[in-house]
Design a protein around this ligand. Structure first.
Ligand SMILES: O=P(O)(O)OC[C@H]1O[C@H](OP(=O)(O)OP(=O)(O)O)[C@H](O)[C@@H]1O
Length: 162
């Protein structure tokens, strides 16, 4: 098991991504921060905390459920659709690997008109099978397919490769 991000590095990435999100939304009235369950939502909570400190624009947290074993199953969100229609949305996950989870999450949000849709991930891998990229990323990493990346936000947050 190799640590790829320490808790201090994760805190730094969160701060940087929060500033990038703020900058990309500077003219928006509201930001919807939609985190994919489970770890993507925890990451979104941490971005929300940081954004609340630096950004005067209201930031609304939303949790998103994508069925990762059956991406065609309906995606659900904690916010009713009217709350994010015509808004600026940032879809957040912890790891981007094949891209399946993120692209099906994006697909869900594209079913209504939006002002803007951006994506953010903490760790970006190099095994994409879908045409999706993250607009904001903490760490980009070349890994072999056999390697697995895990992010843990419990206790001292860290990301590791095994
Ligand atoms: O780009 P993809 O290939 O779709 O992979 C990315 C997804 O994989 C991980 O979830 P995991 O499958 O480990 O499930 P988890 O929600 O139990 O962490 C991670 O949290 C992402 O959501």
């Amino acid at each position: 098991m190799t640590t790829i991000l320490t808790s201090e590095q994760i805190a730094h990435k969160i701060r940087r991504i929060a500033y990038q999100i703020y900058e990309a939304n500077i003219h928006q009235e509201k930001i919807i921060l939609a985190g994919i369950e489970r770890n993507g939502y925890i990451f979104a909570e941490k971005l929300h905390e940081e954004l609340s400190r630096i950004c005067p624009i209201p930031v609304i947290l939303c949790s998103v459920k994508v069925n990762k074993t059956n991406v065609l199953a309906p995606v659900t969100t904690s916010l009713p659709v009217e709350e994010y229609t015509n808004q600026s949305v940032v879809l957040v996950d912890d790891v981007l690997s094949s891209g399946a989870t993120l692209i099906y999450g994006v697909k869900h949000f594209l079913e209504v008109p939006l002002k803007q849709l951006k994506t953010a991930v903490l760790v970006n891998r190099n095994h994409k099978k879908f045409p999706i990229k993250a607009d904001f990323k903490g760490l980009s990493l070349s890994t072999s397919l056999q390697e697995h990346i895990e992010v843990s936000f419990e206790g001292e947050p860290h990301a590791y490769l095994q």
